[in-house]
Design a protein around this ligand. Structure first.
Ligand SMILES: Nc1nc2c(ncn2[C@@H]2O[C@H](COP(=O)(O)OP(=O)(O)OP(=O)(O)O)[C@@H](O)[C@H]2O)c(=O)[nH]1
Length: 446
């Protein structure tokens, strides 16, 4: 179910991760370049080794007070890191014992000692660069320095070294374009697609995320929230609404021909009877020859009472009679079918308005097939405008690889999808759960 769109959403996530990866690598190179430049500067500024060691010795508790480090005389470059790096290195030297002047000879007299101290020095330099990045990064990230200045370059380079990646609008441009195409190809209505993209931008641009919290997780969160926001429009607790309504509760089902209205009514009869609620069916489809026969067959299979009139009769009168029967026999729920109608057919639309006026149903449910995609969305909008619907039942979701209608209908009509038809059997119906739908689309339910 919805596998087509699921694949496309997954590739969006991969695109953004790849973009972030490339960006992180670029930041790493920038960080290395910044550090190398600093090393080169430090070498030209620093006095010869003895003085350096002497300074270092003093600094770690030798006879004299620590002297001013040479770093103070270094040229301050646009990336403040030069000074702060040398300071960091000097400070670092102060913080750790200078090689062989402090550390007593231990064990092996071989040349290894000299190699070891060279390796230690290299490690020290590398770790002080990282410390530099983390101090400067945090300072730059906290101060929110602009990207354009030299310090901005520091911010990006340093941000990488602290494991942070900053998302900018241009990083998302291509992946979001791909996502927009994917959504439209999956029959997501255009305005709904735009809303999803806007939400993702809002949630991602400017975000800094530690790399350990992978980019994929960031995208997952943004996609999850964007999809949930549009899918969950108007949701209410259906079972609670039925439980709290005065009995008999009257539900009318409307929609075009062949989408699965009659089958859905039969499934709902089974759904309510499983909850211990008694049901009577009303065949308001007095328009189509064979409609009586079809719904009567379902009533027999379900052992449920049905009220019907001759073909060509007044649908409002049939449903009204069913309500009267339910009141007289203390029945909980009336399920009224109506003629499959094209949303462009005015007289059939007028009939719906009459049923509304005469019967005053508790809920009018629009039925359409998920596989109809944009057509289902457009029809839902038109039916809602003709005779207000309270919710939708999307049938044949088991056959729908896109999910575009399931994502769009609620946002376009402002009314929730309440049930999904997931097969031809009477039990093949499930309450529509926006959270579960999003998990299905993002593959989180596997
Ligand atoms: N796979 C699948 N088939 C379904 C589902 N719901 C209905 N169908 C099938 O769709 C076809 C049409 O269903 P109906 O209930 O007759 O449709 P209808 O809207 O009542 O059609 P009219 O009575 O002509 O208005 C039937 O073959 C159903 O078995 C579903 O959720 N999944």
């Amino acid at each position: 179910m919805f596998d087509g769109l699921k694949k496309k959403l997954n590739s969006f996530r991969e695109n953004v991760e790849d973009t972030a990866e490339e960006k992180a690598e670029a930041q790493a190179e920038a960080a290395e370049a910044a550090a190398d430049t600093t090393d080169a500067d430090t070498e030209t500024e620093t006095p010869d080794a003895e003085t350096h060691d002497a300074d270092a010795t003093e600094a770690v508790g030798g006879e004299n007070e620590p002297t001013e480090t040479t770093a103070d005389s270094a040229t301050v470059s646009d990336a403040d890191d030069t000074t702060s790096e040398t300071e960091a290195e000097t400070a670092d030297a102060q913080a750790s014992p200078a090689p062989d002047s402090e550390t007593p000879e231990t064990g092996d007299e071989s040349g290894d000692t000299a190699d070891d101290s060279a390796a230690d020095e290299a490690d020290e330099a590398a770790s002080s660069r990282e410390r530099l990045a983390s101090d400067a990064a945090n300072e730059a990230l906290e101060s929110g320095q602009k990207e354009s200045s030299g310090a901005g370059r520091l911010k990006r380079a340093a941000a990488f070294a602290t494991g942070k990646v900053i998302i900018e609008e241009e990083d998302l441009e291509d992946p979001l374009w791909e996502l927009e195409m994917a959504l439209l190809e999956s029959d997501v209505e255009m305005h709904v697609a735009e809303e999803i993209l806007d939400t993702i931008r809002e949630k991602m641009v400017g975000e800094t995320r530690r790399q350990v919290e992978t980019m994929g997780q960031l995208v997952q969160e943004a996609l999850h929230d964007a999809l949930y926001d549009v899918i969950s429009v108007g949701q209410f607790d259906f079972d609670q609404r039925i439980a709290e309504a005065d009995k008999p509760v009257t539900l009318i089902f409307t929609g075009v021909n062949g989408v699965g209205k009659t089958t859905s009514i039969a499934k709902m009869a089974r759904y309510f009877e499983k909850q211990g609620l008694s049901v009577v069916l009303a065949n308001g489809d007095t328009y189509r020859a064979g409609a009586n026969e079809q719904i009567r067959k379902h009533a027999e299979n379900l052992d449920t009472k049905i009220i019907s009139h001759e073909q060509g009769g007044d649908p409002a009168a049939v449903i009204y009679d069913a309500v009267e029967y339910a009141e007289a026999h203390d029945i909980d729920v009336v399920l009224g079918d109506t003629a499959g109608r094209l949303h462009t057919s005015n007289d059939l639309m007028a009939q719906l308005e009459k049923i509304d006026r005469v019967v005053e149903p508790d809920l009018t449910l629009f039925v359409d097939e998920a596989v109809a995609g944009q057509d289902a969305v457009e029809r839902a909008k038109q039916f809602n405008e003709a005779a207000e619907i309270d919710g939708a039942v999307l049938t044949k979701a088991d056959a729908d690889s896109n999910g575009g209608a399931a994502i769009s209908i609620a946002y376009v009509t402002g009314k929730p999808i309440l049930f999904l038809g997931v097969g031809q059997g009477y039990d093949d119906i499930e309450q529509f759960d926006p959270e579960r739908m999003v998990e299905r689309l993002l593959g989180e339910d596997e």
